[in-house]
Write a protein that binds this ligand. Structure first.
Ligand SMILES: NC(=O)c1ccc[n+]([C@@H]2O[C@H](COP(=O)([O-])OP(=O)(O)OC[C@H]3O[C@@H](n4cnc5c(N)ncnc54)[C@H](O)[C@@H]3O)[C@@H](O)[C@H]2O)c1
Length: 393
């Protein structure tokens, strides 16, 4: 393979795409990163890391940014590559149906530079069947190529913001092709930068693996939330019971205020909506109920907060309640589907004197979300949504 052919393009340099691009560059391969965010591209090319919470990324961007990892907002600059990895988001809309608009736009731009014999690998999580369906169709339409004139595969991103580099280097990664040839070629290319790589029988299986993992976690968290509430009713310490219940064959997750972020609360909908389309409602009852159980946890915690307020010798509506953390997960400055943010808003809607403190946010950050900021020691009641603990400063 010539130097030019060995180049890999990573399309989408976000929280998932940038760590991947950095790991590919670090393996010695030249990477062209394409992202519509021009400022992010300039930052990367200056060797500056735009995701400070990602352990180890700073060193890699400093070493390779603008050198072996060149970021650009022009797809044309990636024309010389023979492998294109796409990792831009797919969300769900207000009715929880997958929203492919960002993905379709990226595929249309990619199609314009796609050549015969190129390999395209998708990493975004989406409903099983999308690679061979929507992705292939959009690429054929925009490139003018026939489906057998380019290779197509799927390898789900399995990172977690904060530990993405170690995940990419150690965690098992699966890859599957639209057809056997695509699968084998994609496996050979990925093997150059992913050690723990497993070829599965098809792109559809690889897509299902990732969605399945998200569903398992959502259902497990719903179970933990339900068992937590039952333990509270029965006067049992849930955490003591859980510690001793968990073993090799039993892994009950942790209870919470619900499930947030781009991934776990979204992936069950990919299957629920597909089953609804087929009118196979009974196939996804557990997934649907788990979504409800998790989303309703903010109501449970709002009631618990009200009960705690009753212990304070002050009129209810003058008690300063502080939610200590509104990001969807501790230590990560992201708010997508954050149940902690939703909880703070719910308390305000109820007319309570609710405030927010978050170590990751300034007073201004909190105010721009339409919430009131407070220093923790100025509140009458603190609720830590990550530890599920109350404090009385
Ligand atoms: N972040 C995670 O922890 C994580 C974990 C597992 C899987 N994923 C998967 O990765 C996907 C992407 O997530 P993310 O966290 O990187 O999102 P992100 O929002 O951080 O990044 C997406 C990037 O894509 C860029 N982009 C959007 N449209 C584009 C286009 N047309 N052309 C080029 N670039 C474009 C954006 O500018 C942005 O930089 C998710 O939808 C999910 O399926 C993410």
């Amino acid at each position: 393979m010539s130097e030019e052919c060995a180049k890999i393009a990573v399309i989408g340099l976000g929280n998932a795409g940038l760590p991947l691009a950095a790991v590919v560059a670090d393996s010695g391969i030249m990477v062209i990163g394409v992202d519509i965010n021009e400022e992010r591209c300039r930052q990367i090319n200056r060797g500056e890391n735009p995701i400070p919470e990602e352990a180890g990324l700073e060193e890699l961007i400093k070493q390779h940014g603008g050198k072996r990892l060149v970021a650009t907002s022009h797809f044309e600059d990636a024309r010389g590559c023979r492998t294109y990895i796409v990792i831009v988001p797919v969300f769900v809309d207000a009715s929880n149906n997958p929203d492919f608009s960002i993905m379709e736009k990226a595929l249309r731009s990619l199609g314009k530079i796609l050549k015969k014999g190129d390999l395209v690998v998708l990493e975004t999580t989406f409903p099983p069947g999308t690679t061979q369906g929507l992705v292939q169709n959009r690429l054929c339409e925009s490139s003018g190529l026939l489906q057998n004139e380019f290779f197509l595969a799927y390898s789900p991103e399995r990172i977690m913001t904060g530990v993405s580099l170690s995940r990419l280097r150690e965690f098992p990664k699966v890859i599957g092709g639209r057809d056997e040839e695509s699968g084998i070629l994609a496996y050979q290319v990925y093997k150059k930068f992913i050690c723990n790589l497993h070829l599965v029988s098809s792109a559809k299986v690889a897509e299902m693996i990732k969605v399945m993992e998200g569903c398992y976690r959502d259902v497990n968290i719903a179970l933990a939330n339900e068992l937590f509430k039952i333990c509270q009713d029965l006067g049992i310490d849930f955490f003591e019971a859980r510690d001793n219940a968990n073993h090799q064959f039993c892994h009950i997750h942790l209870p919470s205020t619900g499930v947030g972020g781009h991934c776990i609360p979204v992936y069950p909908w990919f299957l629920i909506k597909e089953m609804e389309k087929r009118e196979h409602f009974s196939n996804c009852r557990l997934l649907s109920v788990s979504r409800e159980v998790n989303d309703e946890m903010i109501r449970y915690w709002a009631e618990r907060i009200l009960l705690e307020c009753m212990k304070i010798n002050k009129p209810l509506f003058s008690i300063k309640i502080c939610i200590k953390g509104i990001t969807f997960r501790a230590g990560v400055k992201e708010f997508y589907h954050s149940r902690n943010l939703a909880l703070a808003r719910l308390l305000m809607e109820k007319g309570l004197d609710a405030y927010v403190y978050d170590p990751l946010l300034s007073e201004h950050d909190v105010q721009t979300k339409g919430l009131c900021y407070i220093e923790p020691d100025k509140a009458d009641l603190l609720f830590d949504p990550f530890l599920l603990k109350f404090e009385y400063p």
